[in-house]
Design a protein. Structure first.
Length: 58
């Protein structure tokens, strides 16, 4: 699980999500697999990011 989270964090950093996440907020939009389309985060994804933020904040 930790390896998967590390890979997610690396991809987030690559695409600038840490600019938002580092401010303690989950991102508003997610980049889709076509690398063009963006969609709002689902409630489940917002919950995941909120929970994951608590891991990195201590």
């Amino acid at each position: 699980m930790l390896d998967l989270l590390k890979k997610i964090y690396e991809k987030n950093e690559e695409f600038g999500f840490f600019q938002t996440v580092s401010q303690g907020q989950p991102p508003e939009m997610i980049l889709m697999i076509d690398w063009v389309s963006r969609k709002p985060l689902s409630p489940q994804m917002r919950d995941f990011y909120s929970f994951a933020l608590t891991w990195s904040e201590g």
